[in-house]
Design a binder for this molecule. Structure first.
Ligand code: SF4
Ligand code: SF4
Length: 191
């Protein structure tokens, strides 16, 4: 059933408009004066020389997570590319030599010009193999090919650039938990 939304009852001064316009202008002018007199607190960046400090949960450029031996955690299950509404993930799979893993990606590409940065691929991944926490939200290039990122680009990250509390990142080569993770990996108890 349709819901009837009552029209607001305007007072006499609201119907005159001039008072409301003056109140609006007062707010605008107050902001302008505050910004012009406190220029150092002005919330702008000297872009592009200055990069924005994006929060870690900002949906930025993708990365592929790594196992302790440096190989991708991805098992080429295609769940991310199936969930992707922009159809911009291209995966070519091959058989994995590891008997615990059925497949691995021989090629993994994302066309960032088609990507809508919805994060569905991250949500769909069953093994935490793809993330969008690189904080690389500003991308520039002078040809379309530069925006197609491949497996090597997505695996080019270092654990030191990620928080210590991000255990999965710290288990990758170079991370604070790498030694014990590699031991567990070799013994077959790593997840
Ligand atoms: S963020 Fe969305 S559009 Fe981009 S690759 Fe992932 S699922 Fe596709
Ligand atoms: S990134 Fe995750 S969802 Fe996508 S193919 Fe690899 S394992 Fe599957």
């Amino acid at each position: 059933m349709a819901k009837i939304v009552p029209r607001p009852q305007l007072t006499f001064w609201e119907q005159v408009y001039f008072v409301e316009i003056f109140k609006g202008l007062t707010v605008t002018i107050a902001h302008a004066v505050r910004n012009l007199t406190g220029i150092t607190k002005f919330p702008t960046l000297n872009y592009p020389e200055e990069a924005p400090n994006l929060p870690r949960d900002y949906r930025a450029r993708h990365r592929l997570m790594k196992r302790p031996d440096g190989t991708p955690r991805c098992v080429a299950c295609f769940m991310c590319s199936t969930a992707c509404p922009a159809r911009c993930i291209n995966i070519i799979a091959e058989e994995s030599p590891d008997k615990h893993i059925e497949k691995r990606p021989v090629r993994f590409e994302i066309d960032l010009l088609l990507c809508v940065f919805c994060g569905y691929c991250v949500e769909a991944c069953p093994c935490d193999a793809i993330r969008m926490d690189t904080r690389e939200g500003v991308m520039a290039g002078d040809n379309r090919a530069e925006f197609i990122i491949n497996k090597e680009t997505m695996m080019d990250w270092k654990p030191k650039d990620y928080p210590a509390a991000d255990l999965q990142s710290q288990k990758a080569p170079g991370g604070s938990l790498h030694a014990e993770a590699l031991e567990a990996f070799k013994s077959g108890t790593y997840h």
